[in-house]
Design a protein around this ligand. Structure first.
Ligand code: NAD
Ligand code: ZN
Ligand code: ZN
Length: 343
């Protein structure tokens, strides 16, 4: 089969021909219908040999959807031909967090060598994908896989981040979304769908600011030195939640400058930086959170938002041959919404 692999530190990903995998006991093989490209893929391909820990070669793609194509022995609950989406942050299924469906916070995944597809295990940017257990498959039903595959991360991650801040997003509250890219443009829609908050988006690109407004942001400001003042113009007492999908020092400083007393400063992006803490350095009772991906049950909820038409991912579609170009555009900030690869 054909697969898009990261093969050499610092090199661009390459399309290669590899053996089509066979499902072992308990495993499910999908024929991939769609796979999304995430900034985290760009991030891991930017790491040095010392920092990189995902194995080489690595088939990319941690957002995947497919059709059940073959099953190993003792697999129940799925049928050949089912259209499904893959829950990526897979855990052991048995620890305290997994028991709550929070496999993203599995206590034993590292120790057991369990890694998400495309982030250690072979990913979805290929013609076929092996999924270790049928519980990681969510039925898509009538939802179009290409339109909705990105919900498995670009939907689920902001949904989890926002849901944990819901008690603060009451009528009269304000939320800030920094970075209206793949995750951010979905975050804006989720905020509009499940909270009454006023939503302010920040980005560096004019087109991204226009997209933010199109998908429901009440205000969209350039992410520069004047942004804090503009946000204070809308929310003089500060904002109840900042969702930072960039998380470099300037955006962290900006979030810190506008978060309100008892507000949440939610750091989702993987850019390196620091946020001051303590009653002399931050608003009273403000909280800094670092959420990772989301739970299995939350992914069901995200798909329900899509079914109700409340969340729609802006997608740019690429063939597997053009997947390296999708990553180039992602890296250079040229995408509108999410790049989705259709093998
Ligand atoms: P993306 O490239 O699609 O979007 C990033 C957006 O940020 C772009 O629109 C870009 O123009 C904008 N941006 C860049 N610099 C900015 C600045 N200084 N101020 C404001 N906006 C700026 O990326 P994505 O796929 O949406 O991922 C966003 C981040 O979230 C990445 O760091 C990714 O690694 C991370 N991520 C984290 C998790 C998690 O579980 N915590 C999950 C998925 C992705
Ligand atoms: Zn991701
Ligand atoms: Zn676990």
């Amino acid at each position: 089969m054909r697969a898009l692999q990261y093969r050499e530190i610092g090199a661009a990903p390459e399309l290669v021909e590899i053996d089509t995998p066979e499902p072992g006991p308990g495993e499910v093989r999908l024929r991939i219908t769609a796979a999304g490209a995430c900034h985290s893929d760009s991030f891991l391909m930017s790491l040095t040999a010392e920092q990189y820990g995902y194995g080489l070669p690595l088939t990319l793609g941690h957002e995947g959807a497919g059709v059940v194509d073959a099953v190993g022995t003792s697999v129940t609950g799925v049928a050949i031909g089912d259209s499904v989406a893959v829950y990526g942050p897979q855990g052991c299924g048995r620890c305290y967090h997994c028991a709550q469906g929070k496999e993203n916070y599995c206590e034993r995944a590292a120790e057991l060598g369990i890694a998400p597809p495309g982030l250690g295990a072979p990913g979805a940017m290929a013609e076929y994908l092996i999924v270790p257990d049928a519980r990681f498959l969510l039925p898509l039903g009538d939802l179009d896989p290409v339109q909705n595959v990105a919900l498995t991360d670009a939907g689920l991650t902001p949904y989890h981040a926002i849901k944990m801040s819901l008690p603060k997003l009451v009528p009269g509250s304000t939320a800030v979304v920094i970075g209206a890219g793949g995750l951010g443009h979905v975050a804006i829609q989720i905020l509009r769908a499940i909270t009454p908050a006023t939503v302010i988006a920040l980005d560096v690109g004019e087109e991204k600011l226009a997209l933010a407004k199109e998908v429901g942001a009440h205000e969209a400001f350039a992410s520069d030195a004047s942004a804090a003042e503009k946000i204070r113009g809308v929310a003089p007492q500060g904002v109840q939640a900042v969702f930072d999908f960039v998380a470099i020092q300037p955006t962290l400083d900006l979030g810190h400058a506008v978060v309100a007393v008892e507000g949440d400063h939610v750091v989702v992006g993987v850019g390196a930086g620091a946020v001051p803490a303590g009653i002399l350095a931050a608003p009273y009772d403000s909280t800094v959170r670092a959420p990772y991906w989301g739970s299995r049950s939350e992914l069901f909820e995200v798909f329900e938002l899509a079914r109700k038409g409340l969340v729609k991912v802006e997608t740019e579609v690429f063939s597997l041959d053009d997947a390296p170009e999708a990553y180039r555009k992602l890296h250079d900030g040229e995408l509108r919404g999410r790049a989705v690869v259709v093998p």
